[in-house]
Design a protein around this ligand. Structure first.
Ligand SMILES: Nc1nc2c(ncn2[C@@H]2O[C@H](COP(=O)(O)OP(=O)(O)OP(=O)(O)O)[C@@H](O)[C@H]2O)c(=O)[nH]1
Length: 312
């Protein structure tokens, strides 16, 4: 089973909390506690972490007050240091401007308007903050990133796509989910949602970000995948959900999903355009009979689309 969303300095850092996992290693963490990317966490183990707006940064912060390469934090034995990288708005530690400084547990690194907390792992404050971050960023039912966090990840990936790498997006929606709630009750509906979310988590690679947008709607960011590969991924996911047998108190239940897939195109201006395009394909998958993957050009259905409940 692949673990989703391991931070990778050369692609995207994921906002994730895997209880117990990180705490087993020595080191420290950097956690955004104020401003954009609130809750973003990067582990400090044995490599330097660069903080800045540029996609190459291992802690990328999407905010205009942050320089492209703002500052760098690195370990030396069991000590940690920070140095400014010639940023426009300077780097501050607990309100004092620094060029180079050693970090103490609990220090606040101010990077433009963003505040990042440096915490030794396993300190009381670290545990408290991790619990808070988890509550603020992870959907408690499915354990997937919540909508806000997923949206921030999409913004970062769209910024990367501007540099020419392919980027695709899949919207995944359970079919006739309301019937499960109506026939078997909300708790059974929750079990079905959890089972599908688990399947999604197991399908995504480390650089792909799956999130719960709300209700029975999920979305997956697929960096470095052109449309054809994203369609293959989506078809595989659709098939594995179709093959699921969810054990409920009333017996085994099956479920299907509809998926809309699109690739980022230079003509798209914003991440909202991208989401609208995926939503439009998802709507088509529903209209064409559900349990299918639709993408631009996947069929010539010309029926008028009037979605009574826009999803974005
Ligand atoms: N059990 C459970 N139900 C939820 C949750 N969030 C939303 N729902 C339900 O999801 C259902 C969504 O229904 P619809 O939007 O009509 O969609 P659908 O029945 O899947 O129909 P199609 O999408 O058209 O195939 C509603 O009954 C919501 O109450 C949740 O967290 N748990």
């Amino acid at each position: 089973m692949k673990k989703a969303q391991t931070p990778d300095p050369h692609t995207t850092q994921r906002l994730r909390v895997v209880p117990g996992e990180a705490n087993m290693r020595p080191g420290a963490r950097l956690v955004v506690i104020h401003g954009a990317n609130l809750g973003k966490t990067v582990e400090l183990i044995d490599k330097p972490v660069t903080i800045g707006r540029a996609p190459v940064c291992s802690m990328q912060i999407e905010h205009r007050s942050v320089s492209r390469l703002h500052c760098e934090v690195w370990p030396e034995g069991d000590r940690f240091f920070v140095r400014d990288l010639g940023s426009t708005n300077s780097t501050m530690i607990n309100d004092g401007q620094i060029e180079l400084s050693e970090l103490k547990d609990g220090d606040q690194i101010k990077v433009g308007e963003i505040v990042i907390k440096f915490l030794r792992r396993e300190s009381l404050e670290d545990r408290y903050l991790q619990a808070m971050v988890e509550m603020a960023t992870v959907d408690s039912l499915t354990q997937l990133p919540n909508r806000r966090v997923w949206r921030e990840a999409l913004e970062s990936e769209v910024a990367r796509a501007a540099h020419g790498l392919p980027l695709s997006l899949a919207f995944v929606d359970l079919d006739h989910f309301k019937r499960i709630n109506d026939e078997l009750g909300h708790l059974s509906g929750d079990e079905v949602l959890k089972a599908v979310a688990k399947e999604i988590r197991q399908s995504v690679r480390a650089d792909q970000v799956a999130g719960r947008l709300g209700g029975e709607e999920f979305a997956i960011i697929l960096p470095n995948l052109p449309l054809a590969a994203a369609v293959r991924f989506s078809e595989g996911l659709r098939e594995s959900v179709e093959a699921l047998r969810v054990n409920l108190p009333t017996g085994v239940r099956r479920i299907t999903t509809s998926v809309g897939v699109v690739q980022w195109l230079p003509g798209m201006q914003t991440s909202a355009d991208f989401m609208r395009a995926a939503d439009s394909e998802l709507f088509r998958a529903k209209a064409e009979g559900r349990n299918r993957v639709c993408y631009p050009g996947s069929s010539a259905m010309l029926a008028e689309r009037t979605d009574p409940k826009p999803r974005i």
